[in-house]
Design a protein around this ligand. Structure first.
Ligand code: OAD
Length: 227
């Protein structure tokens, strides 16, 4: 069975990483336009570098939780072919042990050249003085900001086009194109399941809504899943 899983900030909440929309539109005290748009970066690159440096540092203090581990279980299950697409920029799915993780909104542990676009693994702080080894250009966090095109769209849509089951975990379903995936799955007539703390505005798009902390509900669902 081909299972397509889309995760959002809610799956990392129990690891101690803040979600986006639960804090009144602010992300760790900043307006999204300040820290998650190309215009915000142009206006105040120092603030944006520092913001993502702090988020990157935080990765060293957090661990994958039971919901991340449940998706590793699911991937290992005989007969399951898992596509795991995350909107999260943390590395908790990889650290839990999932084999293939598609980061459609980029990764904190990557930096990208503003000139040639080459992307690098990046664990240290990033700043205005860092230069691309390829072309000498300035670097930026490899995060897909608002107004930019998410990564791997073709791959994601082709996997969605062949999935037998669609699962969304811990996402408010407010940011497109990810927010449209549940509808695409429904139009194909496959079952769609949402795991969230509470029914979201988007719950009508799902054939089943499982409420509670993903760290409780997802492991239980995976244990009972028979394919
Ligand atoms: P949001 O912060 O919008 O939504 C998080 C969702 O997780 C909410 O619906 C919560 O109810 C739910 N949630 C919180 N804790 C949970 C838990 N323990 N178990 C289950 N669900 C829980 O985050 P996303 O939907 O991921 O984009 O946001 C999408 C995108 O908007 C992000 O990738 C980011 C942001 O701006 C970029 O950075 C480009």
């Amino acid at each position: 069975m081909k299972i397509f899983v889309l995760t959002g900030a809610g799956i990392s909440a129990e690891s101690g990483i803040s979600t986006f929309r639960d804090a009144g539109g602010l992300w760790e005290g900043h307006a999204i336009e300040e820290v998650a748009t190309p215009e915000g970066f142009e206006a105040n690159p120092g603030l944006v570098y520092q913001f993502y440096n702090l988020r990157r540092d935080q990765l060293f203090e957090v661990e994958p939780n039971a919901a991340h581990r449940a998706l590793v279980e699911l991937e290992k299950r005989e007969g399951v072919e898992l596509t795991l697409v995350t909107q999260n920029v943390d590395d908790l799915h990889e650290r839990a042990g999932n084999r293939e993780v598609i980061h459609m909104h980029g990764e904190l542990r990557q930096a990208k050249c503003l000139v040639c676009g080459k992307s690098y693994r990046w664990s240290a702080d990033l700043g205005a003085g860092d230069r691309c080894e390829n072309c000498g250009g300035r670097m930026r966090p490899d995060i897909v900001w608002f107004g930019e095109m998410p990564y791997e769209m073709d791959l994601i849509e082709s996997r969605l086009g062949e999935a037998d089951l669609f699962i969304a975990v811990g996402t408010s379903g407010q940011v497109y194109p990810a927010a449209g995936y549940a509808d695409m799955a429904r139009r194909r007539g496959i079952p769609t399941i949402e795991f969230n703390l509470e029914p979201t505005d988007q719950s009508g798009r799902f054939s089943e809504s499982i409420c509670g902390k993903a760290g409780d509900t997802l492991p239980e669902w995976v244990r009972e899943f028979e394919g």
